[in-house]
Design a protein around this ligand. Sequence first.
Ligand SMILES: NC(=O)c1ccc[n+]([C@@H]2O[C@H](COP(=O)([O-])OP(=O)(O)OC[C@H]3O[C@@H](n4cnc5c(N)ncnc54)[C@H](O)[C@@H]3O)[C@@H](O)[C@H]2O)c1
Length: 341
Amino acid sequence: MPIHQRVVVERGARSGFPIVVAVHSTALGPAVGGCRLAVYRDWRDGLDDALRLSAAMTSKAALAGLPNGGAMTVAALPGDGPVDRRAVLHDVADVIDSLGGACATGPDVGTGPGDMAVLGERTDHVLGRAGGSSAATAAGVVAAIQAVVADRFGSPALSGRSFAVLGAGRVGTHVVDLLAAAGGEVIVSDVDASRRTVAASCGATWTDPRSCLTAEVDVLVPAALGGLLTAATVPALRCAAVAGPANAQLDEPATADLLHARGILWAPAVVVGSGGVIHAVATDLHHETPDRVAARIAGIGDTLTGILEAARETSSTPAAAASRLAAFLIGEPLAPTMAPC
Ligand SMILES: NC(=O)c1ccc[n+]([C@@H]2O[C@H](COP(=O)([O-])OP(=O)(O)OC[C@H]3O[C@@H](n4cnc5c(N)ncnc54)[C@H](O)[C@@H]3O)[C@@H](O)[C@H]2O)c1
């Protein structure tokens, strides 16, 4: 198993809370990854998260075509008692800064652009201060959907194709708008009924989450939480393909085989949902022009097309083909925790 390049665990000088920065790999360039502030029963669970997510980020960055490796930062908060958020963020910034540019961090669960601005008071190695990742993520999702539609139906045209978008949050709303504007027939759902306005504003059809999941459509687009695709839900699907940004869509890697056996094309979320990371890293770290960044995001479609072709040629799942491609790009075999999904 490829060992992490460097893992730092420190007690925050101001907050006293454990701060973990895991740098998995800098083989392709400086490592990038999210900064997670979360409550853990035991801080070592936060360390596990950092180790797992930084390894997965190495695959994500490689598949995104970025000259970067993977990292992850975790501040393990206590479940009770006051939290001086600013103090925690400054502790995080000092640990990141002490690594001298080996890694940069951006928004993740529990953090947003405002928090990145606070980190930026003490280190330059910060991404995503300006926000805007959800629009970039959605643009990448649509590029991926075009590749999926081309693979399944022979043309990337979205007009006249049908979509079910599950989750009308920040990314899902943009995706619904883009698909509807391209002439797609769109069904949308969310557990939050107030999100019904997303459908009303662009002529999409609102439905309940279960009906959305099992709708007879060309592409199901998971844009809510993870764990959607399981041995229980896959038999109920009536779509030709699944392509969405939701992280950890598969409850376990073997579910990709169930989808494959049912003839449903599943596009790995690590590729489909990479537009936001590409935008943040290419803009903030590599200072690329907006046109170059947009081209990189549109390139998600080409990457996915290559993965789907490789899967077909080798009679394997797209998940397995993506895993092989990531290993080739990184130049070393992937550990199970790095398998892209
Ligand atoms: N924001 C990004 O740039 C980005 C990038 C890559 C991946 N992702 C992933 O994409 C997904 C959506 O991200 P987001 O930023 O739009 O999140 P969000 O929190 O803004 O939206 C998620 C939406 O899903 C809804 N939801 C939750 N559970 C649901 C369920 N069981 N059925 C239907 N709807 C449900 C919520 O009510 C919410 O409106 C997440 O899994 C996220 O990890 C996001």
